[in-house]
Ligand binder design. Structure first.
Ligand code: SF4
Length: 423
């Protein structure tokens, strides 16, 4: 096809692949029959829907799809799947427990997460919100967050009634999928609430469908107009995006980020640390530098959440800490991401190093989050296949599970505290 067709966001949406059959038809001889069978089995087991834009498919090296960092993020295969960790809970961050109205998460005193919709331009296998995003699959029924006026009104009314809320993260789902009119309406409604000082629009779009920023001028104008309107009123509107690998940055993403930079939109990046995708120093350092080069500030790198069906993508905390050592110092401090663990059970983001206790043999780390709840502790578990043999032996015995957690809590000096999620 010609370049203009490929750069048309409508073409990208219309021709996104959602089934193994469509993928097979598109790839033809580019991938082996064995690989395609593996993908079909992967689709059937995945808790997350699959949606692959032509752009994202074009970034995959089909001569070596098993090792490809973009394939690993978006195309499930059955053969590499590992059993979920026994400590996994489906909504591992406990978002539904902290929701005063459907699709509004209020955990930190001054910040809310507004889940405006439940669809995305592509679906990430490792999505923390796989409990709700992307529609039901063969293995999971999802209620989802539809962009319905009544639900949005309830969310906006809640924010308006809470003067302590200064910071709103607009997420989902992905704001990239909101029609321009709806995005404009929602952003302007938020900016009309005087105590809202900052609105962050969360979107993976720049990494997976950057041509929309260049080609869908209504959508880009809706974002930029809100940024300008907010600035005049002393309120910040910015874009938080989600690049995970250097391969996701193309000349199209560079042009899109240049356009936003010229129009005064601040863009920050939140990566997820994923095994085989960005977990070595050279790749993560390259990502950080390339982001800085296109004026996207590397803000966070998240320890991979405990998510159903993607155990082979998680790293151990020890590996992540070592990676952070290599990245820090390679560029300016303000372009050096903070590595964080989102404490399972609702503790929020904690600096990776700020655990009260960590046992590399059992893979158990214990965090506290006094600003969220001073009496609770939060437990994160390394993937079992990354543990030494002594640790794997203990996890093989179900009677040992609670005992290992208890030992870790005692060693942390937190025996009088409550667990955020019972083991
Ligand atoms: S774009 Fe964000 S919300 Fe959508 S699937 Fe990926 S991580 Fe989840």
């Amino acid at each position: 096809m010609d370049e203009a067709t490929f750069l048309d966001p409508k073409f990208q949406n219309k021709h996104s692949v959602t089934s193994p059959e469509a993928l097979q038809q598109l790839l033809g001889d580019l991938a082996s029959p064995e690989f395609l069978e593996d993908v079909a089995a992967g689709f059937a087991q995945a808790p997350m829907n699959v949606r692959l834009s032509p752009y994202i498919l074009s970034r995959i090296d089909w001569t070596n799809p098993y090792e490809d960092p973009i394939r690993r993020q978006f195309v499930p295969v059955a053969s590499t799947r590992l059993p979920d960790h026994p400590g996994l809970r489906f909504d591992s961050l406990g978002e539904q427990d902290d929701s005063p109205t459907n699709g509004l998460v209020h955990r930190y005193p001054d910040k809310v997460l507004f889940l405006a919709l439940d669809v995305c331009p592509v679906y990430c296998r490792f999505c923390t919100r796989s409990y709700a995003i992307g529609g039901s699959t063969d293995t999971v029924d999802k209620e989802g967050y539809k962009p319905k006026p009544e639900r949005w009104h309830k969310g906006l009314a809640y924010i308006a009634s809470r003067p302590e809320v200064e910071d709103v993260v607009l997420s989902g789902g992905d704001a990239f999928m909101l029609p321009a009119r709806k995005l404009r309406e929602l952003l302007m409604s938020l900016l009309a609430i005087p105590h809202v000082r900052r609105v962050r629009v969360a979107s993976k779009g720049p990494a997976v469908m950057p041509m929309k920023i260049l080609g869908d001028t209504d959508w880009t104008d809706a974002l930029c107009d809100a940024v300008d309107h907010g600035r005049k009123q002393g309120q910040e509107v910015c874009l938080h995006t989600h690049f995970n690998t250097p391969e996701e940055i193309s000349y199209i993403s560079r042009d899109a980020m240049d356009l936003l930079f010229q129009r005064g939109v601040k863009v920050r990046n939140q990566s997820v640390l994923i095994r085989g995708v960005n977990d070595d120093p050279a790749r993560m350092t390259t990502l950080v530098k390339r982001l800085s080069a296109i004026n996207v500030q590397p803000y966070y790198v998240y320890q991979h959440d405990m998510v159903k069906g993607v155990e082979e993508l998680r790293t151990s905390l020890a590996d992540s800490i070592e990676l952070e050592r290599w990245v820090r110092g390679t560029t300016a401090g303000f372009n050096t991401p903070t590595f964080v663990t989102d404490a399972p059970g609702g503790g929020g983001k904690r600096d990776l190093h700020s655990f009260d206790y960590y046992d590399e043999t059992t893979g158990i780390s214990i965090y506290r989050s006094p600003s969220v709840d001073p009496d609770q502790y939060y437990v994160y578990f390394d993937p079992l296949d990354r543990l030494p043999a002594a640790g794997r032996r203990r996890w093989a015995d179900p009677d040992e599970h609670a005992r290992m957690v208890k030992e870790a809590v005692l060693a942390a000096g937190l025996s009088g505290f409550e667990p955020a999620t019972p083991m």
